[in-house]
Design a binder for this molecule. Structure first.
Ligand SMILES: Cc1cc2nc3c(=O)[nH]c(=O)nc-3n(C[C@H](O)[C@H](O)[C@H](O)COP(=O)(O)OP(=O)(O)OC[C@H]3O[C@@H](n4cnc5c(N)ncnc54)[C@H](O)[C@@H]3O)c2cc1C
Length: 217
């Protein structure tokens, strides 16, 4: 494991005390986030594409159609920036300019590679499904040859990365604490709704065990 992911490019410059370079912190944020945003440039045009990711040890895996521009560009080795953000709360200060958000976010820089080894591809696809809903892989039909041929899998090493974390109450100017204005935090989190069965679900099929008690992380 690369324990220290700090480089000149990943050093948090604005509010550096919020920068974290410890792999356990980075990994926990990557694991809780359902999806990431993948930034890369093609012919000078930046694109930022939302995509499911998963982490296995020191690697982030992405997958998609072999026809995807994103996956074709990344497998050609263009520099990539992957970000995830978890929103933990709205921070309402007494002063307009001190409003903020509590969050945990991660940025990973590097170059992805195309995963070609069939066993690693299969493990990565399983990990992506498990990242979305733990236990789901064992409940479903495995990919067939045609589906595997149409699917690209990429890996990105988590070597150059940073986390940035804000927690706690607002930070107002000292003289503003006497104002008669409510201030504090509105916690926000991702909460699953009630599952909606597929209208074509055959009668008598019980809810997937992987959804029982679903939560992130
Ligand atoms: C939460 C989430 C998870 C996803 N997970 C995956 C995944 O795991 N694998 C995967 O392959 N795809 C995933 N997608 C879809 C992904 O965002 C892209 O649409 C898809 O990968 C096609 O990429 P592309 O580079 O081939 O786009 P292209 O079709 O080549 O893009 C052409 C143009 O279409 C528009 N466009 C493309 N995608 C989007 C978008 N998402 N939103 C708005 N405009 C868009 C842009 O203008 C872009 O320039 C996910 C999307 C979301 C929102």
């Amino acid at each position: 494991m690369h324990d220290n992911t700090l480089t000149d490019r990943t050093r948090v410059v604005r509010l550096p005390k919020r920068g974290v370079y410890d792999r356990p912190v980075i990994d926990a944020i990557l694991d809780e986030a359902l999806y990431c945003h993948v930034g890369f440039a093609v012919d000078g045009q930046p694109y930022v594409i939302p995509t499911i990711h998963c982490r296995v040890g020191d690697l982030l895996y992405l997958h998609g159609s072999t026809a995807s521009r994103m996956l074709r560009a990344l497998s050609a080795g263009v520099p990539v920036c992957v970000t995830v953000s978890l929103m933990d709360g709205l921070v309402l200060a007494r002063a307009a300019m001190h409003h903020s958000m509590n969050y945990r976010s991660v940025m990973v820089l590097g170059q992805a590679r195309s995963v070609t080894d069939p066993a690693e591809r299969c493990r990565a696809l399983e990990a992506i499904v498990e990242h979305v809903a733990r236990g789901r892989w064992r409940e479903v039909r495995e990919p067939n040859e045609q589906e595997l041929r149409a699917t690209a899998v990429l890996s990105l090493p988590i070597e150059e990365a940073s986390a940035k974390v804000r927690t706690g109450p607002p930070i107002d100017d000292e003289e503003d604490y006497d104002l008669d204005i409510w201030a504090g935090v509105l916690p926000l989190r991702l909460i699953p709704g009630a599952p909606i069965s597929d209208p074509r679900l055959r009668p008598g099929i019980a809810l997937a065990a992987s959804l029982e008690g679903y939560s992130r992380p």
